[in-house]
Design a protein. Sequence first.
Length: 154
Amino acid sequence: MQQQRRLAQLRYEQRYLEHLREDQWRLQSWRYSYAPPEYRYYRSGSYYEVNRYAADELRQALRDGYEEGVRAGQSDRADGWGFNYQDSFAYQDSTFGYSGYYVGLGEYQYYFREGFRRGYEDGYYGRWQYGSYSNGVFSLLGGVLQGILDLRPF
């Protein structure tokens, strides 16, 4: 990246990797708590039932994905790089914030990437179509989150 003069993207990826190391440390000290399914969502032709902890984890995947997408998009724009969210290490990895507690890695990655794509667009184009920015925090709009995940209590 230094050879390509992508310093903003390099700083972003270094921060991302540090967070992944923190996630690994946190995973080592976790204990499982059972909770019955409370929500249902539909994806790729199937319904899934999840407890409140899993629902929170899926919401967090979208929020983390959005925030990381904004940062990656802003970095690419700052470096004068072309629009390509799929080329981002964070998009390919999609484990940022993953706890492994209540949802499988594939489910988490799917929703992280959905948030990331939208965040990348907002960050790259310098707009707030899918989220907002306030007091140093990027937030995915609640309606967008609900539209993607569509969790329903049962």
